[in-house]
Write a protein that binds this ligand. Structure first.
Ligand code: C2E
Ligand code: MG
Ligand code: MG
Ligand code: MG
Length: 289
């Protein structure tokens, strides 16, 4: 009887594995297609000044709405694309789309794109980016690239060379998800960085756990000592925001509290609305004098 049960369970397990496997295979085929037919889109998430009155830029985040499975997480399909060796094409289309879109925004705003591990291991990404910039006419100063520690670990020498070239061209380099990997501190010294994006995990228990605030303040001080700007990611609540502001822990804030990733049309509306209300505020304060 026990034996029979075991066999049955094994059978169910195998069935589950088969399903999982064929889903992955299906995703792989469809992903190749989606990239080729340019069916992937971008969402834009605003980055604000800590007061929340001004949009400084936006992060471009890849989106895939699978016709059958619905939205697939970029964390999932980007690693699939890496496995398949096609992430370079994905990155290229993200970059081209993002710089074109940024051209439509007020001039003081930048766009930030994520680069994958694979991109950083190949110097070809430099010309992909410079071609996209010259085709669109976007000033390099308005493009930021985000790199993660995982992406740097593979071939540090090449990653360093790539980032130095981008930096020389005028782009901004940010290290993403900072504080989640292990050799993070040495990267601060090894890479030509401008900004640090502090991971959401530093923010999530901020208001419950006093040690979290100490950690955050420590990381922020360290980065500031090195002349880096601080972006705090994943700010969701008023209480978190207040703590971050009162402790002067951010130059820029990105999180649901000020805006989730949105369609480019929605982002443009928001940007224009804020620009106008800032202008009318300036007018009010001038006329008040
Ligand atoms: P990331 O670069 O750290 O992006 C931030 C992620 O946090 C996004 O998830 C965003 O939607 C989410 N987020 C933003 N604010 C909040 C908040 O207040 N609360 C919570 N809980 N989450 C927030 P998303 O869009 O699912 O992207 C996940 C990851 O996928 C990104 O992490 C990035 O590593 C990768 N990714 C996305 N687009 C691209 C791309 O075009 N190229 C590459 N190479 N990677 C990408
Ligand atoms: Mg990012
Ligand atoms: Mg991040
Ligand atoms: Mg992330």
């Amino acid at each position: 009887e026990a034996k029979r049960h075991e066999k049955e369970n094994w059978f169910l397990f195998e069935q589950e594995m088969d399903r999982e496997y064929s889903r992955r295979q299906r995703l792989k085929t469809d992903l190749r297609d989606a990239i080729q037919t340019q069916s992937l889109t971008l969402a834009y998430q605003p980055m604000f000044n800590p007061e929340g009155t001004r949009i400084v830029g936006a992060e471009a985040l890849s989106r895939w709405n699978h016709p059958e499975f619905g939205p697939v997480s970029p964390a999932v399909y980007i690693s699939l694309a890496e496995e398949m060796g096609i992430v370079g094409e994905l990155s290229r289309s993200v970059i081209v789309q993002a710089v074109r879109t940024c051209m439509e925004w007020p001039e003081e705003m930048f766009v930030s794109v994520n680069l994958s591990a694979h991109d950083l291991g190949d110097r070809a990404i430099v010309s992909v980016i410079s071609d996209a910039l010259s085709e669109s006419g976007l000033a390099p100063e308005r493009l930021q690239v985000e790199v993660t520690e995982g992406g740097l670990m593979k071939d540090l020498a090449t990653a360093r060379a790539v980032l130095s070239e981008l930096r020389k061209m005028g782009m901004t380099i940010a290290i993403d998800d900072f504080g989640t990997g292990y050799s993070s501190l040495s990267y601060l010294d090894l890479l030509p960085l401008n900004k640090v994006k502090i991971d959401r995990s530093f923010v999530s228990n901020l208001t419950e756990d006093p040690r979290k605030l100490k950690l955050l303040r420590g990381v922020v001080n360290l980065a500031r000592e090195l002349g880096l700007d601080i972006i705090v990611e994943g700010v969701e609540t008023e209480a978190q925001l207040t703590l971050i502001r009162d402790n002067n822990c951010a130059d820029l804030i990105q999180g649901y509290i000020f805006g989730a990733p949105m369609l480019s049309s929605a982002f443009e509306e928001l940007a224009i609305r804020l620009c106008q209300s800032n202008k009318s505020m300036r007018k009010l304060s001038l006329s008040g004098r």
